[in-house]
Structures are given as C-alpha cells and as structure tokens.
Design a binder for this molecule. Structure first.
Ligand SMILES: Nc1ncnc2c1ncn2[C@@H]1O[C@H](COP(=O)(O)OP(=O)(O)OP(=O)(O)O)[C@@H](O)[C@H]1O
Ligand SMILES: [Mg+2]
Length: 290
C-alpha cells in the first residue's frame, strides 16, 4: 500500500530556538485514518502545519500524496482539507460565504457548489445559522462552520486538529460517522485528538508524540496490548471484568490499589463508556511516562 504521507527527519525549530518537532519519521498509509495523540505542547499542531504548508520545516522532508511540501506546495494544497485547531474563517462573512470562497478556491463546479454546502450544513446541523456572520457564532457553531468549509471540495487527504472539541454529543457522533464515510470513500484522514475513545474507535493507526518525538506507532489495539503485555496483567483482568461482570470485585480493586493504580481502581468501580475511555487514556499515556 502506498503512503499518503511520509516524513523524513521532519524538524521544526521555532524562532525562539525551541524545537517543537524533532526528526519525525512517519508513514501514513493511503486511505487510512491516522490518529495523532500527545499531551499539550507535544508538537501535533506544528506537525500538521508543516504537512499542510502553513509553516516551513526547519529541516527534513515531508511528502503529502507523493508531493514534497516545500517543493510542490500548490499540489499539496490541492489535495488536502484542513479543520484547524483555531477556526480560521473570515469573521465578517457568513458560513455560506466562507464555504463558497473555499469551494471557488478549489475549483468546485459552480452548479454543485451551493448544494454541496447546503448538504454539509444539514449534516452537521448548522443550516439554521447559514446567514449569520462567523464572528457571531458560538464556539461549537464555529467548529461546525469550519467543517463545512473544509469539506466542500471533498479533499483526498483531510487533516482534523481536535475537530470534536466543543461539539455536542449528537454532532460529535455525526462527525464520527462522516469521518468513517469519507474513509470508506477512499479519503485519508489525519486526526489529532485528546479523546482516547474517539481515536480508539476511528483510527487504523495511532502515533503518540511527546516533546516533538514519535514515541509510539501502532494500531489502537496493538498499543493497548503491548502496554498490557508489559506489566499490567492485572489491569487486563480488571478491564475484562468491566465488560463481563456487573461488578468488579473488591479484592480486585484492592489489588489495583496495591499497584498504586488508585485512579484506575476508582474508575473501575464506575462502569460506563466514559470510564472505559478514561482507562484507555491511562494506557496510552503510560507510554509517555515509561
Ligand atoms: N509560533 C510559535 N513560536 C514558538 N513556539 C511555538 C509556536 N507555536 C508553537 N510553539 C511551541 O511548540 C510546542 C508544540 O506546540 P503545538 O501547538 O504543536 O502542540 P500540540 O501538540 O498541538 O498541543 P495541544 O494539544 O495543546 O494542541 C509548544 O511548546 C508550543 O509552545
Ligand atoms: Mg494542537
């Protein structure tokens, strides 16, 4: 399978001499969903900005769809769509006007343009605000507007930098469905997120970045398995109890407490989806701590 994205020692040193991304080597296979995890300040957004030609790498190389981000930025831009962490639409224009501008920039046929925008607005439930200026929208509404504008040209490679932050649960699920549908249609998706459940459910592969370095790369299941294999046999048992039993035994919780895993033992006493995702979160971040 060819790669949608490849980086070779990709590095960004900001002007203040701070190395935000440090010799990153990454391969993202074509038509897959890649999840990028890592704590605040890890270098995720900086990586995405280099891959989407918003900032120049200091050294190293990256290709997107086979094109070099430094030598062929126009070709790269034509392939990609981007939902940035900070919404970057024009505040004085409406959602419709912003989306039309994006569509025109990417050469979306005029006779398809408005109906595509309307369909997307309907999908993320923002049609009711179609003629409001973006500057007057709420945080979640802005996020929805940003999604519409970035999807209107049906980009081959879509970058989503924490796209579900601030979205209500229903819209979040609609977006997850949309991401899956786009992927089924052959689009490659790069998703930055702090939501472990989201990454676990959606992604084919996950990369964990910490202080500008790639510290893990695997399938979500592979990551969890390797952590469990290493030293947390007890946790595996406890987690399976969460799925299989109505109650986790108190002796199990005591065992976990002995392992200094107080937070997890507490979490295991409460059993719902959110809690399980918190446990997954702990698994992932053990990679960073160890
Ligand atoms: N323009 C800049 N100039 C100097 N340093 C910067 C600049 N932009 C980002 N940084 C620094 O680079 C590091 C990585 O930032 P980045 O935005 O890539 O992190 P992130 O992984 O996306 O974090 P978050 O999860 O909080 O979004 C941070 O320490 C940040 O302070
Ligand atoms: Mg970021």
């Amino acid at each position: 399978m060819k790669n949608a994205i490849e980086t070779f020692n990709l590095t960004k040193v900001y002007n203040n001499n701070f190395t935000a991304v440090n010799s990153l080597n990454l391969e993202i296979p074509d038509k897959t969903i890649f999840g990028m995890l890592g704590p605040n300040g890890a270098g995720k957004t900086t990586t995405i900005k280099m891959l989407t030609c918003l900032i120049q790498p200091t050294s190293g190389k990256a290709t997107v769809g086979g094109y070099d981000v430094q030598k062929n930025p126009d070709e790269v831009r034509n392939l990609l769509g981007m939902v940035p962490q900070q919404v970057s639409l024009y505040k004085d224009l409406t959602i419709m006007e912003n989306s039309q501008m994006c569509a025109d920039y990417y050469g979306v046929p005029k006779d398809e343009r408005d109906s595509r925008i309307e369909d997307l607005m309907e999908l993320v439930d923002i049609k009711y605000a179609r003629d409001k200026r973006v500057g007057q929208l709420s945080g979640g509404q802005k996020q929805k507007a940003s999604l519409v504008a970035s999807l209107v040209h049906r980009p081959e490679i879509l970058f989503l930098d924490e796209p579900t932050i601030g979205l209500d649960p229903t819209t979040k699920r609609t977006l997850w469905d949309l991401i899956r549908e786009l992927n089924d249609d052959g689009h490659t998706i790069i998703l930055c997120s702090h939501d472990m459940h989201e990454v676990d459910m959606l992604c084919d592969n996950v990369g964990i970045i910490n202080t500008g370095n790639l510290v893990a790369y695997d399938t979500p299941q592979g990551l969890k398995d390797s952590l469990l294999e290493d030293n947390k046999k007890e946790l595996k048992e406890a987690l399976s109890q969460v799925h299989e039993e109505s109650e986790v035994s108190s002796s199990k919780i005591e065992n976990l407490e002995k392992l200094s895993l107080r937070k997890m033992s507490f979490l295991l006493q409460n059993q719902d989806e959110q809690i399980i995702s918190s446990i997954q979160e702990n698994y992932y971040y053990q990679i960073i701590r160890t």
